[in-house]
Design a protein around this ligand. Sequence first.
Ligand SMILES: C[S@@+](CC[C@H](N)C(=O)[O-])C[C@H]1O[C@@H](n2cnc3c(N)ncnc32)[C@H](O)[C@@H]1O
Length: 337
Amino acid sequence: MDDSSLFDANQKVYDMVFKSTVDFFCLKGALDLNLFEALASEPLSIEDLAKATKSVPLRLNKFLMSLDQIGLVEQKDGKWGLTPFSVQFFTAPEQHRNLTFVPFMDYLGKMIEPYYLRMADVVRGERNFTSFTPYPPRTREDSDFYETLHRSNTFYPTKLLVERGNLKGVKHLVDMGGGIGDIAIALCRANPDLTVTLINLPSAIDLVKENVADKGFSDRITPVAIDMYREPLPKCDAVLISRILYPFGEQFSRMLCQKAYDTLEPDGRLLLLDMNISDDHSPNYDYLTHYLSSVGTDFVQMEFKHHNTYSKIMGEIGFKDIKFDDAWDNILFQAVK
Ligand SMILES: C[S@@+](CC[C@H](N)C(=O)[O-])C[C@H]1O[C@@H](n2cnc3c(N)ncnc32)[C@H](O)[C@@H]1O
């Protein structure tokens, strides 16, 4: 390596070792102290914040100085407050439903001690991955847990679908594995003639119904309990497969795209959205946290496939006019039957 490449490599190892340790454990400490909640409504003096977080003021002050360095808090007029970054991602998840990290941090924070810290034991087969909430979900509570995670980062996938998805003339869309309905709601808002059949597991249906009713879309979005992998789908003129296929290999992806093809009317449209997991320059760490959890199970098979596979599959099935878009770390394929 010449000095310039060595410097780039040094930056990378610095991020891996120093930055990742500081970032994650500062966040975890702040959450465990309920610091974001304590500062959510107003900045506090060190004494008041120490009381609210049951901390030793001198230690808390040094901890806050570290949080300040990494952009989580700021000091103003002798008080500590949250930065806009922290407010967006770590407070009031119900106000930032589609772009918040509260559920992810909560989940990963709980998995650190029993799982991620013990990765060598996992690889040696001495420890398994066991989720606190069963997957696939069986009860309303299980689905609530997973749907809360899924909806926490749908802002950019939704933006990509709304701004670049072609639903012109489409009357009936089938949303396969449609989550809690936030994406379907956004698509209905953007396309006044659209109706949606949202396919999900039985445990999620009431959650979807309530969400859709809450936003006033019960007459246009119908949640239906169908096992999308095993049961037939309703006929329609568009199918959305959003963030379903990324962990699956070519064979399984082909099976689901074929299912979409079979259920579409002639000239019907397929919209396939995924997070981008095949950017050579930037590994997808969201996917990698899931992938690492699969290391600890002998039956879950996740894959890394290039997204070009989708255009190949669609072409082989018989889809025409295959188009590709790539924005905000998400990819969107669109094709016509
Ligand atoms: C990763 S989430 C994607 C949600 C949404 N499409 C999005 O992009 O945010 C997967 C969704 O598929 C649903 N699901 C999982 N297995 C299913 C099955 N066999 N049949 C129907 N839905 C299923 C889950 O409950 C969840 O809503």
